[in-house]
Design a protein around this ligand. Structure first.
Ligand code: SF4
Length: 187
């Protein structure tokens, strides 16, 4: 399955169409900087998830578990097309995959590049989680067009910086108690 194959297929939102997605070819050349990909994660949201770790984070939270993702020039570059293709290949090989998590790093600073990927994964029937260090209030106030477009494709947003003093092991999927798990944040 290639991105070219995907472009030729009709749009579907059904899970049975997990090998299909509606992709605007003009968006496929967008560039992303990633720290890495975990094809089967069970800690970044419910079920088995395809976790994309973006590279670059302005928040620099003390105690961050992923300091290697901070450097804006670190990681590696990948196009939207290649990321989508990589995801579709994993999805085709793993029927237990239930969703996609985009984390980091700070994903929202690469919202423009992430939109085609989130769009394709969602159109193929996978739910989308995004972890951001920004709060909902900060995002709403900024009202950035690319961020809003990405968040409209998001089923669940985990917001807020990791705060060492509020570190918790009691709640699933968050690192500190100030962080919130918000369903359908901008729909
Ligand atoms: S927002 Fe996340 S990745 Fe960025 S410094 Fe804080 S904990 Fe680390």
């Amino acid at each position: 399955m290639t991105v070219g194959d995907l472009e030729a297929m009709p749009k579907t939102t059904a899970r049975e169409g997990s090998s299909r997605a509606c992709i605007d070819s003009t968006r496929l050349s967008r560039s992303l900087r990633l720290s890495g990909i975990v094809e089967e994660s069970i800690v970044d949201g419910p079920g088995i998830r395809y976790a994309v770790f973006t590279q670059g984070c302005p928040h620099r939270c003390p105690g961050c578990h992923n300091p290697q993702t901070h450097d804006l020039e670190g990681g590696y570059e990948i196009s939207s097309a290649d990321l989508i293709e990589s995801f579709m290949r994993s999805a085709a090989e793993n029927p237990l995959l239930s969703g996609v998590t985009i984390t980091g790093g700070e994903p929202l600073i690469q919202a423009y590049g992430l939109i085609p990927f989130a769009d394709a994964a969602r159109a193929a029937g996978y739910d989308i989680w995004i972890y951001t260090g920004y709060t909902m209030e900060e995002i709403t106030k900024r009202h950035d067009g690319d961020e809003m477009a990405l968040l409209k494709l998001t089923d669940t947003l985990v917001d807020g910086r990791f705060t060492q003093e509020l570190r918790t092991l009691e709640k699933r999927f968050i690192g500190s108690s100030n962080q919130r798990i918000i369903s359908s944040p901008f729909r």
